[in-house]
Design a protein around this ligand. Sequence first.
Ligand SMILES: [Zn+2]
Ligand SMILES: [Zn+2]
Length: 403
Amino acid sequence: MQGSESKSQASNEAKTKAKARVCEVIDAKADLLVEVSHRIHANPELAFDEHFAHDLLCDTIEAEGLTVQRGAYGLDTAFEARAGTDGPVLAVCCEYDALPGIGHACGHNIIASAGLGAGLAAAAVAEDLGGTVAILGTPAEEGGGGKVYMIERGAFDDVAAALMVHPADHDLLWMNTIAIHQVRVQYQGAAAHAAAAPHLGRNALDAAVLGYMNVAALRQHILPEERIHGVFSDGGDKPNIVPQTAGTYWYVRSPTLESLEPLKARVLACLEAGATAAGCTMTYEWQDPSYADMIESEPLLDAYAANAQTLGRTTLEPDRMSAVVGSTDMGNVSYKVPSIHPMIKVAPYACAIHTPEFAGHAASPLGDLAVLDGAKAMAMTMVDLWCEPELLAAAQAAHSAAR
Ligand SMILES: [Zn+2]
Ligand SMILES: [Zn+2]
């Protein structure tokens, strides 16, 4: 009895010491981490084109003495760096893609830099604690599904758990993550002179507009958690030519991959009806990969929240007002291994992601603090996982039960 007590006391001491150590490492690298965040922020790059961010992160990790696999898993802008020894492999995911027109309005520069800090700090203690950290550069979260390709190509095969933080206007345990599949739709009609021979035309734009209106009517009769949103990608060329082609582009979202399937069928029926009404034909292409909902790892979230609390961040369950509803390819990772995707406050209350205002906050003092706190909270959670085998076992048991 006494023996096991003193053993657990010794392991608690080792854990406390290691947590202090990872925080020291991050504080010592604070200027570097903030600089990386700001440089990525100042050079926004779209999905799969994040060469500046990829090179900067790889150069930085190499300068810190780790070996980096550039262009990992067959993706030009993915990378992987590992450090440590035999024992559980813990992955920290760095996202760094931006949005068209509004730059780093999702704050992925903060995800990248917080992940970098957590990874470097964990690397400093991994060998002592008996584990490996994998810093994964995961491109193209905004629609390209970089993580999905990395999962398919084995990036998470030996990973015991995966972590990341995502910026928001609150400190939240999770994003309300729902599954998504995108679809591109093309309508084909018949061109004719719009004044001289309108009766000979079949108006593809009408087909697209009617399809759009059908979806608008459908929205009244779907689950409150479901989302459908579309834009017109092609609407004809000239008013005096009956449009012979038109196109729309849609995001269809539902709470789970399973519940998404019937919703997809209903959306297609709406869009197809537009074609029928206008005497046109319709083709569509689902844009793979689809993004899964997120299986939250409660044991990992509890550990993360306790660690964030030591930094003065109270990380809450989202409520109706604070919830961030969206989709992420981290959901697909969460189907593979126990994962967390907590939200970290970088902006004032009610400043939504994907707005120019949010992009401004992603390189502000609040954003910089989130880089350091996010890195520390994740690194301390990795320390917990290496020091407490029962925590990892609980996370893995909960994951198996949820799958
Ligand atoms: Zn986003
Ligand atoms: Zn994002």
